[in-house]
Design a protein around this ligand. Structure first.
Ligand code: DC
Length: 226
C-alpha cells in the first residue's frame, strides 16, 4: 500500500507522515531529503547548479537510505549521516533549484518508485500523488496559510536555538512556494483525487486522527465523502 502525502513547506507533512508511518508500521520516505541530499552533494563536488547534466550525474551516483532510529529517521547518503547537514539555509535554497531540473527529477522519481519493492510506504513530497505514484491507494494534500507555516518553522528553528526572524521566514516560505508551484516540471499541486486538508487551525493530533480515519475507510467511501 502507498500513502502519498504532498504539500508545501511547513504544511506539517513530515511530522504527519512520520506518525502515520509509525501507526501503520510502514516505511517513511521523505523525498524532500532526496532533493536536499543531491543539492548538498553537488555543492560539495562544486558542480554548478545550472549544469543540469552534472547535477543529474550527482543524483544518479548517490546512494540514499532512510534509517529509522530512536531519535527519528536519519538520512544516510553514500554511507554518511547527513540528516542535520540537509537543514541549512543554503541547502533550502539549492534544493529548490535542483528540484526544478527535469533530468534530476527523472532520476529521483525512478529511485522513489523503486522503493515500493521493499513494502508499504508513506511517501511525502510535492509530486507523489501526481507523478511518482498516481495510483497510490491514499493521497493527501496538506496546506496552511504562509503565515501559519512560517510560524511553525519559526518555532521549530527556535527550538533548535537558531536565531530566527518570523517575517524573514514567512518571506522565504512565500519565495519557495513560488518556485515549487511555478516550475515547469512537476509543479506542486494537489492530485485530482487527493483529499485536501487545510491544517491552519488544526494541531498535529487532529491532522493525524483525520488522516487515520480516511485511511481506515474503503476508497469508495472516501470518494463518496469528498
Ligand atoms: O520538503 P522539503 O522542503 O524538504 O523539499 C526540499 C525541496 O525539494 C523543495 O524545494 C521542494 C522540492 N521537492 C520536490 O520538488 N519534490 C518532492 N517530491 C519533494 C521535494
Amino acid at each position: 500500500m502507498i500513502i502519498a502525502i504532498d504539500g508545501p513547506a511547513g504544511s506539517g507533512k513530515s511530522s504527519v507522515a512520520k506518525i502515520i508511518a509509525q501507526k501503520m508500521r510502514f516505511r517513511h520516505i521523505n523525498t524532500g531529503a532526496m532533493y536536499r541530499a543531491v543539492a548538498w552533494k553537488a555543492r560539495q563536488l562544486q558542480v554548478d547548479l545550472s549544469d543540469e547534466t552534472g547535477v543529474a550525474e550527482v543524483a544518479l551516483n548517490q546512494s540514499i537510505q532512510f534509517v529509522p532510529g530512536p531519535e527519528g529517521q536519519t538520512v544516510v547518503a553514500d554511507g554518511e549521516d547527513v540528516t542535520s547537514l540537509l537543514r541549512s539555509k543554503t541547502v533550502d535554497r539549492d534544493a529548490a533549484i535542483v528540484a526544478s531540473l527535469g533530468k534530476v527529477r527523472e532520476i529521483l522519481v525512478a529511485k522513489q518508485r523503486d522503493m515500493e519493492k521493499s513494502g508499504s510506504i508513506v511517501m511525502e513530497g510535492r509530486d507523489i500523488g501526481t507523478v511518482v505514484f498516481p495510483r497510490a491507494e491514499r493521497k493527501f494534500f496538506l496546506d496552511a496559510t504562509p503565515e501559519e507555516r512560517g510560524k511553525r518553522r519559526f518555532l521549530e528553528l527556535q527550538g533548535k536555538n537558531q536565531e530566527v526572524d518570523l517575517d524573514t521566514i514567512i518571506e522565504q516560505i512565500r519565495r519557495r512556494d513560488e518556485i515549487d508551484r511555478n516550475r515547469k516540471v512537476s509543479p506542486l499541486k494537489a492530485a485530482k483525487d487527493a483529499i485536501c486538508m487545510d491544517t491552519t487551525n488544526l494541531d498535529l493530533n487532529e491532522v493525524v486522527n483525520q488522516i487515520m480515519g480516511w485511511i481506515e475507510q474503503a476508497p469508495t467511501q472516501i470518494i463518496n465523502r469528498k
